[in-house]
Design a protein around this ligand. Structure first.
Ligand code: GLY
Length: 337
């Protein structure tokens, strides 16, 4: 009799629990999604999507994604083939963040081809958030990253060409992004210079993460650091709200703590699209003259998997990968049409 009573009780508990599990599943289905800045984000998304499809964490996905343009020898604004500073040094910036506020970054890192993975080690192996310059290089070497010469013959040739004119002056390019290179210019750096890779992912368990990686402004002053390695500027993730990343002139993004601002605007109830628009408009309102000639774009993803993007100038595109959209490149709306 006791056995039967126990059995009935256990069955009732099991049935209640399975009902609860069913309800929770039905109430919050997670639709994974990966978005990345620019059309070269398509290849980054493919790598990230493989991780997510395998049940992996969004943090692993965005790191895998960011490593793709970092290794691309045709990409002169991210990773190992990035154009150098005005003195011929290739220096890279990157950061990474997950849904639990765990984050790491490296800035002005030389001789290491995958700054995003060094940023990940800063997150995992140190009590710090940001390592810079020689200290970042020392840490990377201690962690086993190979020290390499990153200045490729192609980058060196472009740099030597630039040295003939040395026009260190960002000028807007409404077609191609970045620091605004002059449309139809023959100057090296004015083509294929698609700026930062920012990648955001929501995985099958609803976990958000982001990564951001760049070689920064071509021909920059030695030691110059943009928004990309700075948590809150080039990237921000709040696991309860959403994530944002930026591309374009890093100085303008740092001024308004751009990615943090986008996430905070989402927290206040705006959609990712409206949040990106408001963050861009702050730059346009506060710096109307500068805004005429420079490019900044924001890309955002919330916990529901909704995506938004907006830029000052036309020409900004992002890549999206989810269960429906395969390798989709989407033109972002912009303030200047
Ligand atoms: N957004 C990249 C940089 O300004 O360095």
């Amino acid at each position: 009799m006791t056995d039967r009573r126990d059995f009935v009780k256990a069955s009732l508990v099991a049935s209640a629990l399975s009902g609860l599990a069913g309800t929770a599943k039905a109430a919050s289905p997670v639709k994974p999604v990966v978005v990345s800045t620019w059309d070269f984000g398509v290849a980054a998304n493919q790598a990230a999507w493989s991780v997510i499809q395998g049940g992996g964490h969004a943090l692993d996905a965005v790191e895998a994604g960011a490593r793709v343009p970092e290794a691309d020898m045709k990409n002169h604004s991210v990773g190992r083939a990035g154009y150098p500073d005005r003195d011929g040094h290739v220096s890279l910036d990157a950061c990474i963040m997950d849904e639990q506020w765990r984050c790491g970054g490296v800035a002005a890192l030389e001789h290491i081809a995958h700054p995003i993975s060094v940023a990940r080690r800063v997150l995992e192996k140190t009590p710090h958030v940001l390592l810079v310059g020689d200290g970042a290089l020392q840490f990377a070497i201690e962690q086993g990253f190979p020290k390499e010469e990153l200045l490729t013959p192609e980058s060196e040739a472009a740099w030597r060409e630039w040295l003939k004119v040395q026009n260190y002056q960002p000028v807007a390019n409404s077609e191609m992004s970045t620091y605004g290179h002059v449309p139809n210019s023959k100057m090296p750096g004015d083509e294929h210079n698609h700026d930062t890779l920012g990648i955001l992912a929501l995985d099958g368990q609803g976990r958000l993460s982001g990564a951001c990686t760049t070689s920064g402004m071509a021909w920059k002053l030695r030691g110059r650091v943009g928004d990309s390695p700075i948590i809150g500027a080039g990237l921000y993730v709040d696991g309860e709200i959403g994530a944002a990343t930026s591309t374009g002139v890093g100085e303008e993004v740092i001024r308004n703590a751009g990615s943090f601002l986008v996430v905070e605007l989402m927290r206040q109830g705006r959609s990712p699209q409206k949040a990106c628009e408001e963050a861009v408009m702050r730059i346009v309102r506060r710096r109307p003259e500068a805004a005429k000639t420079l490019q900044v774009g924001f890309l955002a993803l919330n916990t529901k998997g909704q995506v938004g993007a907006f830029a000052i100038q036309k020409g900004f595109v992002y890549a999206q990968r989810d269960a429906k959209a395969t390798d989709t490149v989407v033109p972002a709306k912009s303030f200047f049409a």
